[in-house]
Design a protein around this ligand. Sequence first.
Ligand SMILES: Nc1ncnc2c1ncn2[C@@H]1O[C@H](COP(=O)(O)OP(=O)(O)OP(=O)(O)O)[C@@H](O)[C@H]1O
Ligand SMILES: [Mg+2]
Length: 256
Amino acid sequence: MDPVSTVSLAVAGLAFAYPDGHQALFGVDFTVARGERVALLGPNGAGKTTLVLHLNGILTGGTGTVTVAGLEVGKRHMAEIRRRVGIVFQDPDDQLFMPTVREDVAFGPAAAGLRGAGLEERVDRALGLVGMAEFKDRPPHHLSFGQRRRVAVATVLAMEPEILVLDEPSSNLDPASRRELADILRSLDVTVLMVTHDLPYALELCPRSLILSDGVIAADGGTADLLADEALMRAHRLELPYGFDPRSVPAPPGRS
Ligand SMILES: Nc1ncnc2c1ncn2[C@@H]1O[C@H](COP(=O)(O)OP(=O)(O)OP(=O)(O)O)[C@@H](O)[C@H]1O
Ligand SMILES: [Mg+2]
């Protein structure tokens, strides 16, 4: 394979200021290889969500480039980019807007042209993966937060994306749901970029982590190494849970 086709995501010199003048990104550079699972760590306000919103062109207008599987994010390839980059937003209510779970999960594939039995199968598979099949006919706004998070993941899985980007996927999930989501993510044959404050989750799922701090990549390395670097962690307001020793945890297993 040539080097271009092995790179899923390339971000180069990405800088961005919001319309009110607040600059959130100051030149972000990194690449993610196809099939890699990478955690994006960093304190509140570091620019993580701002970066995520650039990966499929929801935010544009700054400088620098984002390239997905060789396609530059921009007006030209937008439909293809949106199909390839699946983003699970920080708040599931930003993602769910149809009267039923089924319609929300079917929305993307239907917009991409899938119809009939093929569409139903796609919806059932995605809901089955997140354990929400029996909620198919319920209105999303009647579900609990954790259930809405699972449906939001299903809406993205239904698109069979090449890159799955998750913004704080484990927040507000109970321990069993959190583990089940980890099992799902491990079983998928996709590139994953996962924003998280849940450092044990990053260690469990992602062999590599990036630390975004004040709008720049402050560190890029093995997750266990970064989490064990106390000075680095302190410098970027990252704290491990009480009693958690990153060196006592086995390396994350590869894709099953
Ligand atoms: N719409 C907006 N207009 C102006 N400034 C914004 C806007 N959205 C975010 N910001 C600012 O940009 C910076 C980065 O915000 P962002 O939401 O990307 O941080 P984050 O790393 O995702 O934080 P968190 O961990 O709290 O989710 C913050 O200082 C924030 O106040
Ligand atoms: Mg955020």
